[in-house]
Write a protein that binds this ligand. Structure first.
Ligand code: AHG
Ligand code: MN
Ligand code: MN
Length: 344
């Protein structure tokens, strides 16, 4: 589908103003989305400039997950915080790069909705050294702490409560992909006007796909239903699926989800027994939930293998979760394999 040919070049700011009018998206949420989008265009520049600014390479520090931080993980985190802190509807934020949630001291004065922002400032940052694709992921929750003090408990809402989610992808072009629960729209950064413009309205994930994404090197750690699924895909036309499949692994969830939005497919970072006390690799509140909201708003599906991801009640902002998402028919098949294995 040629999106550009059918689309007026509507700037993100006009699109958001229309959303206030036509979809009753509250002004405080619009202000927050604009600030996040501004941060993303600054992060794109920071990534591009890293080698000149001395911000490429390792930060020689660790985040709360015990992962080595890149300088750009820290820089992107600071850019995001700096951009959203002044937004008066924002009451708190949580980030992959912050150990604890951060409370923002805005007064809850006028009775309009207040928000919490949860984000992964730079996703796939191991790709930086190879000039590969990275991105940013964010999720917005409404908060009801009218007059009260915000603490971590306010962030522990299941994904079904998200009022907005999105990501930016810093690839061959920079894009910003957004949902406020009215479908999914994609915007491309136009360097000439220095703004995001609507290029991919109302994205839909194709139901049928012959493409899957999983880190095959972990096969020995996977649960049996996932092994069965991949075994059958790899068996190709002469196997039970009677079709040849293709595999991709970019090691950036943003890039994998973006590919699935563009041409279908299924992405798996399943439960594995590498580190038994961790349920999976990806983080529920700022990776799995926002991507699940986007995928479901685009007609796809997301599950842990047992439960819809967005129905999981978080007990920690940094908790991990198994992730299976993408084209509906493949995710349904994976769910069936899980049910059959549980019943056996
Ligand atoms: P982050 O860079 O924010 O830590 O996230 C990387 C995540 C995800 O984007 C990607 O799908 C996965 O980690 C890659 O993991 P492997 O290195 O295990 O393949
Ligand atoms: Mn990430
Ligand atoms: Mn990250």
């Amino acid at each position: 589908m040629n999106h550009i040919a059918t689309t007026q070049h509507i700037a993100l700011s006009s699109f958001l103003s229309n959303a206030t009018r036509e979809k009753q998206v509250p002004a405080g949420l619009i202000a927050l989305i604009k600030a996040v989008a501004d941060a993303c265009s600054s992060i794109a520049t920071a990534v591009e400039r890293g080698v000149f600014d001395g911000s490429s390479g390792n930060a020689h520090s660790e985040n709360v997950h015990g992962e080595a931080q890149k300088k750009l993980d820290v820089v992107s985190n600071d850019i995001m915080i700096g951009a959203v802190e002044p937004v008066s509807s924002l009451r708190g934020l949580a980030s992959e790069e912050l150990e604890s949630v951060q409370v923002i001291g805005h007064e809850d004065s006028d009775g309009s909705p207040d928000y919490l922002l949860l984000f992964d400032p730079l996703d796939g940052s191991s790709n930086l050294e190879i000039n590969g694709i990275v991105g940013s992921i964010f999720s917005v929750l409404a908060t009801s702490a009218s007059g009260g003090v915000i603490d971590e408990s306010h962030f522990l809402q299941p994904g079904v409560k998200q009022v907005c989610a999105g990501y930016a992808i810093y690839g061959a072009t920079t894009m910003f992909v957004l949902t406020t629960g009215h479908g999914v729209d994609g915007f491309t950064f136009d360097g000439e006007s220095a703004s995001f413009v609507l290029t991919h309205p109302q994205l839909q994930i194709p139901e049928n796909t012959r493409e899957f994404a999983i880190n095959m090197s972990n096969e020995r750690f996977w649960e049996e239903p996932v092994r069965r699924y991949v075994r059958e895909c790899v068996a190709g036309a002469s196997g039970p699926r009677q079709a040849n499949f293709n595999m991709r692994w970019i090691a950036s969830m943003v890039a994998e989800v973006h590919r699935i939005l563009m041409r279908g497919g299924v992405f798996l970072y399943p439960r594995d027994n590498r580190i038994p006390q961790l349920a999976g690799r990806l983080r529920l509140t700022y990776e799995a939930n926002p991507m699940s909201f986007i995928v479901e708003q685009a007609g796809g599906m997301s599950t842990t293998g047992e439960t819809p991801i967005m129905e999981v009640q978080p007990d920690d902002v940094h908790q991990r979760i198994p992730v299976i998402l993408g084209s509906r028919l493949e995710v349904e098949r994976l769910l069936r394999y899980h049910h059959e294995a549980a019943a056996a």
